[in-house]
Design a protein around this ligand. Structure first.
Ligand code: CO8
Length: 375
């Protein structure tokens, strides 16, 4: 006997600190000036390239981002540091990712009118884990007091939708009754804040989604009609940091490739058609027309990217509110972005209406979740 999976609750943890574009650019430019002064001779000799200033106008125009939330702004905005400064925690304390994840998960449980004892599985799906093991998901499971099992998974920006597919398939098959998919993203710790091409892109946040059998839902819910995941290898978004680092020549040096790197133009050009086609094919398989989609909750990387995808999928410019963006406030929060948009802008859908969550990013990877509201 199979069951119908449903999203019955979502939760969002937002850090207290924000960095505006103005603050970010001021710190970056101070860093660039310092760098250029320290390397004046090499720059004059042509062996090192001088660093150009960043600009608020460029950031807003290229991305639509106005600010980002971060766990620690003091280190990021210090031109002699340029990365977050986090307190060392003992092994007996909750890890940072687990703490953020628990906050979002508790909100998702409360939204669904559930407690930890109702949950069988925790998936921590995120683009980086703060340690190799034990799994962050197992720690979140323990902190919440959940029975059953837990595991981590990483599909970069698509982690949440791939996690939802994994959980929904298990609910459908009957191996679990319900699952929390948790997405704590500390993007600030793997962003290269010293690179003006990307220093504005990311922020920190955590989201959580509760997936249950539709028949168990306490109130209104979103039936998971279907999910679809796809991947295609690309080096255009890459981070070479990993456990082999110290075994490689120069591995522990301050190397640029040990943080987030991307060829943004190529990503834009290649991912927009991949995602538009993915969504179009996914809904067509279920006999859902583009005009039947009341809402698209897209990955939040770049405003014009989302405008393109919306226009391609709908065959017209999306109406305000049809495709809500949150990236102006949160920036790109990797796997959490589409879930933030979903959690903030989904309650008003009417009984029977359809919507689609879609995330995409490194891999390349793209995941979509077709939903129908039941009130
Ligand atoms: N200020 C002023 N000028 C700048 C700046 C700046 N900050 N940065 C670049 N410029 C200059 C460039 O040097 C260039 O100058 P020139 O024309 O003289 O060469 C000019 O501005 C234009 O630069 P670009 O061509 O790079 O600008 P774009 O218009 O293409 O915008 C974007 C850049 C915003 C990066 C855009 O290409 C984009 O958004 N692309 C898609 C990116 C995307 O979606 N990536 C997904 C990544 S997320 C993911 O998969 C998860 C990874 C895991 C998380 C990692 C967490 C850290």
């Amino acid at each position: 006997m199979t069951h119908t999976p449903a999203i019955t609750g979502t939760g969002l943890f937002t850090p207290e600190q924000t960095i505006s574009n103005a603050e970010l650019v001021k710190a970056f430019n101070a860093y660039a000036d310092l760098f250029n002064a320290e390397n004046a001779e090499a720059i004059a000799a042509g062996t090192i390239e001088a660093k150009d200033h960043s600009s608020e106008e460029f950031i807003f125009k290229a991305s639509g981002i106005e600010q980002r939330y971060v766990i620690d702004k003091s280190g990021i905005l210090d031109p002699t540091v340029m990365h977050p400064l986090l307190r060392q925690r003992s092994d007996d304390e909750p890890s940072l990712m687990a703490e953020m994840g628990v906050d979002a998960a508790e909100k998702a449980l409360a939204a669904a009118g559930r407690t930890a004892s109702d949950v069988d599985l925790v998936i921590c799906a995120a683009s980086n884990m703060e340690r190799a093991y034990p799994a962050i998901a197992v720690e979140i499971q323990k902190l919440l007091g959940i029975q059953g099992f837990a595991f981590d998974m990483n599909v970069a920006c698509s982690s949440a939708t791939f996690g939802i597919q994994t959980a929904a398939d298990m609910v459908r098959a009957g191996s679990i009754r319900s699952a929390l998919v948790v997405n704590p993203e500390i993007c600030s710790a793997h962003l290269e804040w010293r690179d003006r091409d990307c220093h504005f892109i990311f922020g920190d946040v955590a989201t959580a989604t509760l997936i249950e059998r539709a028949e168990d839902a306490n109130g209104a819910y979103f039936e998971i009609k279907s999910t679809r995941c796809a991947t295609e290898f690309s080096n255009n978004i890459r981070n070479n940091n990993g456990f082999l680092r110290r075994s490689r020549p120069d591995g522990v040096k301050d190397r640029r490739d040990m943080q987030f790197m991307q060829n943004g133009r190529k990503v834009f050009k290649e991912v927009v058609p991949m995602v538009s086609e993915h969504i179009t094919n996914h809904i067509a398989e279920h006999g859902v027309q583009a005009n039947d989609l009341k809402r698209l909750w897209l990955h939040q990387a770049n405003k014009s990217m989302n405008d393109f995808i919306g226009r391609k999928v709908l065959g017209r410019a999306p109406e305000p509110g049809e495709q809500p963006n949150i990236l102006q406030d949160y920036a790109n929060t990797s796997s959490a972005g589409s879930i933030i948009a979903f959690s903030k802008y989904s309650d008003d859908l009417q009984d029977g209406e359809h919507g689609l969550i879609c995330s995409f990013g490194a891999g390349y990877s793209v995941g979509s979740v077709l939903l129908q509201r039941h009130v």
